[in-house]
Structures are given as structure tokens and as C-alpha cells.
Design a protein around this ligand. Structure first.
Ligand code: PMP
Length: 392
């Protein structure tokens, strides 16, 4: 139940990758022999597959180590390159830490960042973005789909607005690619980050889409070296991972409609079961939400207690796995706070993420186990429940 954190590598992806560890082990930058040519051909095939899926050209795909690096390259790369034009960046409070922390870093270096609020469903208001724009705005960064509450932003509208104002538009589409259809042309996207391990590909490989025309977007590279990836990201390419990334994106694109219909049916089943539990609230937008996401607040049931009660049966999360790596980050989700939950309710929220290998039987099991655990935890601490009711 934690597919937002990561996904298992699809066996078909593993099979596609295997020869590139052994028989075809060449360096894709070796131009003098067939080992290199074979590796390069495989990389270019993956690049084309990924580009086609998002309606981009192959040369607009820059391979990175993942979405964290892509976000760093996009934001720092634009900020450093366009500094003479302006120093203002617009983003949103519910972004992933790999955007928010980069913004903080840029602020320390003299950039000005406007971090816009969202409404109770997690949506940013496009007029707020318009109003925040100044003559010095060089970049707008808004995530396509939120990793905690699944809310899908009005990306095409924001893209159009940025294009009208000649401002570069970046979107972190890590949770969206492979789940909803993404078209960088129709959506007027200039830069887009995504990652293989969220779509049944391997960890440690991702991409940044960098628009090459209308307009040509120039970035200052963050890793200098041999000039790989059009000079934007040097370093020997991870050929097996790139091959796996390509295969994973291809499979996701081929099965997008069937898979989203199947998973949303299971998610709705689970949601329906949870709504039968009293004092339950679903977080995120009721309609504009990822089909595999279900973020639930069970009042008076601390997420830590629930996860502890279910630790041997259900893999759950109270938010972003990336944030949990940092003990300084505190326990209250910045996303849930941004949509208006107080600390107490944010602490009583858990995230369910369904995926390709989730079965109906598993969903029934989870519904049952969670319902029982919630009732049990509430029974053990009725005092808190009563106190809260009296306060209300
Ligand atoms: N952005 C979002 C929205 C994410 O969900 C994640 C992964 N949790 C990342 C960025 C970071 O991706 P990666 O693990 O590939 O660095």
C-alpha cells in the first residue's frame, strides 16, 4: 500500500535490462567499437520511447539519477542561467522537498521565492500565479500530481499562462508520468522531472525534459565533466537502468487506460470501506486526484499507532518517504498542513498507494485490518475521543 514511495521492478523490465549488465556492457560514449555502439543504440531507443510518450523529441530528454537531481538541475540550472534577467521564482507550498529545499537554497543565494498556498483540496489558484508574476520572474515550478494527496494541478492552464508571459515553466511530474497522459506540447511545459522507480522501473535513474524549441531552454549544468547529455549532465550513462526506464515507460503507456481503470476501481472500493468508519476524512481533490491515491484521516488514531498495529500485515506510510529520511523534518506533513489540517489531524493521516500488482483480495484484507485496528486504537483511548467531541 505504499506505491507512491516506490514500485517493484516489473519482471519484463528486469528481462530487458539483463543483457546490458553482461553481454552488452559497453560505455555508450565509446565511439570506436561495437560495444559502445550497441550501448548507445539501446540508450537512444529508450530515449525515443520516453520522448514519444510525453510528445517530446528524443534530444530533449536528459538522463539523471532521479527526480531529485532533475528538480535540482531544473531550478538551479534556470536560476543560475537567467540571473541577469531576474531573480524571482514562483512555486507552491505542497511541492516535494526536492523543490522546496532547492528554493530555500536559492533564497540563501539571493533569489526571491514566492511560495503560493493551495485550497482545501490541494489545488493552487492559477490567478494567484498570475498575480505573483513580476517583471523579474524567471521560473514557475508547480508539481503535476502531489505525492501525498494525489491532487492533480491544472498544468495546461499554468503552462499557457507562463507561455503568455514568457516565463519558464517547470513541473515535477514524478507521480504523474505513467499514470495520467502527459503532453509537454499541449501543456506548454518547458522543463519536466520524472523518475523510473515510480513506474515499475529501477531506482537511481530519472530524466529531465528540457525544451529545445519554442523556446529553447538553456540551463547551467550542475555536473560538469565529459559533456554527456548535451553538456547538461556529465557522467557515464547507466545503460541498463536507462534501458529499464525506457521499457517501464513503454509498458506504462501501453496499459495506461486499462491499468488506471482497474486501480481506481480498487482504490474506490477501499475508500468506500473507509467512509463507513466514523470520523474519517479523505484528503486531496475528490475528482482531480491520482487514481491510485488515498490519503485518509482517521480522527483520534495517530498514524504511528496505526502503522505500528499493522506493521506485519500492511505497508503504509504517513507521507513522503523522502522526508522520512531526515529526522529534522518533523512528523507533520507540510502538505496536509497546507490544505488546512491542524497538527493533530495531520498526525492522524495515512497514505495508501495502490499499484500494478495490488489485487482485490489484498484490498479487502487491508480494508478489514485497517478497520479493526482503527476501532481498537480508538477503544484503547476513548478519553481523547470524548475530549475532542466536547471541544468541538
Ligand atoms: N518528486 C516527487 C513528487 C516525488 O514523489 C519523489 C519521490 N518521492 C521525488 C520528487 C524524488 O524522486 P527520486 O526518488 O527519483 O529522487
Amino acid at each position: 500500500m505504499d506505491y507512491h514511495a516506490t514500485t517493484p521492478v516489473d519482471q519484463r523490465v528486469v528481462d530487458a535490462m539483463m543483457p546490458y549488465f553482461t553481454a552488452h556492457f559497453g560505455n555508450a560514449a565509446s565511439k570506436q567499437h561495437s560495444y559502445g555502439w550497441t550501448a548507445e543504440a539501446a540508450v537512444e531507443h529508450a530515449r525515443q520511447t520516453i520522448a514519444r510518450t510525453i510528445n517530446a523529441d528524443a534530444n530533449e530528454i536528459i538522463f539523471t539519477s532521479g527526480a531529485t537531481e532533475s528538480n535540482n538541475l531544473a531550478l538551479k540550472g534556470v536560476a543560475e542561467n537567467f540571473r541577469s534577467r531576474g531573480n524571482h521564482i514562483i512555486t507552491v507550498q505542497t511541492e516535494h522537498r526536492s523543490v522546496l529545499d532547492v528554493c530555500r537554497n536559492l533564497e540563501e543565494r539571493g533569489f526571491e521565492v514566492t511560495c503560493l498556498p493551495v485550497d482545501g483540496n490541494g489545488l493552487v489558484n492559477v490567478d494567484d500565479i498570475r498575480r505573483a508574476m513580476t517583471a523579474g520572474t524567471i521560473l514557475v515550478s508547480v508539481m503535476m500530481a502531489n505525492n501525498e494527496i494525489g491532487t492533480i494541478a491544472p498544468i495546461a492552464e499554468i503552462g499557457k499562462l507562463c507561455a503568455e508571459h514568457g516565463i519558464i515553466f517547470h513541473t515535477d511530474a514524478t507521480q504523474a508520468v505513467g499514470k495520467i497522459s502527459v503532453d509537454v506540447q499541449a501543456m506548454n511545459i518547458h522543463l519536466m522531472s520524472f523518475s523510473a522507480h515510480k513506474v515499475y522501473g529501477p531506482k537511481g535513474i530519472g530524466a529531465l525534459y528540457v525544451r529545445s524549441k519554442n523556446p529553447y531552454v538553456k540551463l547551467l549544468p550542475q555536473i560538469d565533466g565529459g559533456g554527456h547529455e548535451r553538456g547538461m549532465r556529465s557522467g557515464t550513462l547507466n545503460v541498463p537502468a536507462i534501458v529499464g526506464f525506457g521499457k517501464a515507460v513503454q509498458l506504462a503507456a501501453e496499459n495506461l487506460e486499462n491499468e488506471s481503470a482497474r486501480i481506481s476501481r480498487l482504490r474506490n472500493m477501499l475508500e468506500h470501506r473507509f467512509m463507513n468508519i466514523e470520523e474519517t476524512r479523505i484528503n486531496g481533490h475528490p475528482a482531480m486526484r491520482l487514481h491510485n491515491n488515498l490519503n485518509v484521516t482517521f480522527s483520534n488514531v495517530p498514524a504511528d499507532d496505526l502503522m505500528m498495529a499493522l506493521r506485519n500485515d500492511v505497508a503504509l506510510s504517513s507521507g513522503s518517504a523522502c522526508t522520512s529520511a531526515d529526522p529534522e523534518a518533523g512528523k507533520v506533513s507540510h502538505v496536509l498542513k497546507a490544505i488546512g489540517l491542524d497538527d493533530e489531524h495531520a498526525r492522524c493521516s495515512v497514505r495508501f498507494g495502490l499499484g500494478r500488482f495490488t489485487t482485490e483480495e489484498e484490498v479487502r484484507f487491508v480494508a478489514e485490518r485497517v478497520t479493526k485496528a482503527v476501532e481498537e486504537i480508538r477503544r484503547k483511548s476513548p478519553a481523547r475521543l470524548i475530549a475532542e467531541r466536547e471541544l468541538a
